[in-house]
Design a protein around this ligand. Structure first.
Ligand code: PLP
Length: 411
């Protein structure tokens, strides 16, 4: 008899986005003429930059010729891409990395979900609340979560509330935790962390032999000078942190799939007998066993991000979305609603007016002005009373949405 991993059935269904779809469908059925604007999803809408497309076309032609055809590539990624990642994304910030500390992969979603595999089940996990759900669900699947309480929290996870009261900055937990997931710029709150606050986490991890899993998928959106782009800008972080980056949001690779994870050699985990083991070796073992690399054509596309034209083109992509973020932020602010994020991230996190709960505000926005956003409660208990709008729609739709909110939303 095939026994299942029962941790999978502990997970509630994907309630958030299916519930949104259900409510939107019901609204459409009642209001067939309404033009709905979606500011809910975290997917990009602009096409891939021309430099990426032209590099991928050339790579396709190489695959058609037996002299340049490529089969399996290195599981860790081709050196041509890794060298560019180090040269452009880390060296200019004074961070030196070796080629074998960079692992190219098919997405930060898979890497942030899979990384927990190389750790024992006894580790205590800490997550921010609200949170990108992948960190939580992957640990539930592995069996580290305990059970889901009526308060919406897993009994064995440590939650670090991030709300307006603490300026969306996670506070060090009272209990000892072993694996800490941090994401900055943050999804869903759109807020960042200062170097001083991040240093507290690095120091905590050093003192407790913990590991920080730092998701910097939105790094390209940072506009302000003093915001850290990489956790390795913090002294000592190379001993305690793994960093995840993606081409999804800076270069439009959400459907093309390419990302990378930095695992410095200095980061150590321990056996029950107390022997220190390099996480880099374990992650390399995991990847070489379970992953066969990102396609050559895709890595050639990602390499083109680092050409002069590529750099200019991704900057204008980010500028495009950040103009939308500004339109949303300033437009919502002008209605008197309290707004957070949207300065160094494509997410705007607003406080629902008059103490409405997240889902009531969702319904109001849909019914008053035909706009779809995401209820904050869907990202964790501390997201209740908040609401997420994204800057990834077209500029025209974003402007239209804000105009509707300003003129027709009955607050
Ligand atoms: N990390 C965060 C915080 C995200 O919001 C997302 C996507 O929305 C991802 C990772 C996934 O990135 P990728 O497309 O590289 O899998």
């Amino acid at each position: 008899m095939a026994m299942i991993n029962e941790n999978y059935i502990k997970l509630p269904g994907s309630y958030l986005f299916s519930e949104i779809a259900k409510r939107v469908d019901a609204y459409k059925a009642e209001n067939p003429d309404a033009t709905i604007i979606k500011l809910g999803i975290g997917d990009v809408t602009r096409p891939l930059p021309p430099a990426v497309i032209s590099s991928m076309h050339k790579a396709v032609d190489e695959m058609a010729d037996e002299k340049t055809f490529r089969g399996y590539g290195p599981e860790q990624g081709y050196n041509f891409l890794i060298e560019k990642i180090i040269e452009f994304d880390y060296a200019p910030r004074g961070i030196s990395l070796n080629i074998d500390e960079v692992f190219v992969s098919d997405g930060s979603k898979s890497d942030t979900a899979n990384f927990q595999e190389i750790f024992g089940l006894e580790n205590k996990i800490a997550v921010t609340d609200p949170v990108y759900p992948v960190y939580v669900d992957s640990n539930v699947m592995a069996g580290r979560s305990g059970s889901l309480g009526a308060d919406g929290k897993w009994t064995d996870l440590t939650y670090m509330p991030c709300t307006a009261e603490n300026a969306f900055t996670p506070q060090l937990p009272n209990e000892k935790v072993d694996l800490i997931y941090l994401c900055f710029p943050n999804n869903p709150t759109g807020t960042t962390i200062s170097k001083t606050e991040l240093k507290k986490w690095v120091d905590y991890a050093k003192d407790n032999k913990s590991i920080i899993l730092y998701d910097a998928a939105y790094e390209a959106y940072i506009q302000e000078d003093d915001v850290p782009h990489s956790i390795y800008e913090i002294e000592g972080a190379k001993e305690v942190a793994v960093e995840f980056r993606s081409f999804s949001k800076n270069a439009g690779f959400t459907g093309t799939r390419c990302s990378y994870t930095i695992v410095p050699k200095e980061v150590l985990g321990y056996t029950a007998a107390g022997e220190a083991i390099e996480l880099n070796k374990l992650w390399n073992r995991r990847q070489t066993t379970k992953f066969n690399g990102v396609p050559y054509i895709i890595q050639k596309g990602a390499e083109a991000v680092y050409t002069l034209e590529g750099q200019q083109q991704i900057k204008s992509l980010v500028d495009y979305y950040m103009t939308n973020a500004k339109i949303i932020r300033e437009g919502i602010q002008s209605t008197g609603i309290e707004v957070f994020g949207g300065v160094n991230a494509p997410y705007i996190w607003l406080k629902t007016p008059k103490g409405q709960d997240s889902w009531s505000f969702f319904d109001k926005l849909l019914h008053d002005v035909s706009i779809v956003g995401t209820p904050g409660a869907g990202f964790g208990p501390s997201g209740e009373g908040y609401f997420r709008l994204t800057a990834f729609a077209s500029k025209e739709s974003t402007e239209e949405a804000i105009e509707r909110i300003k003129t027709r939303l009955k607050l």
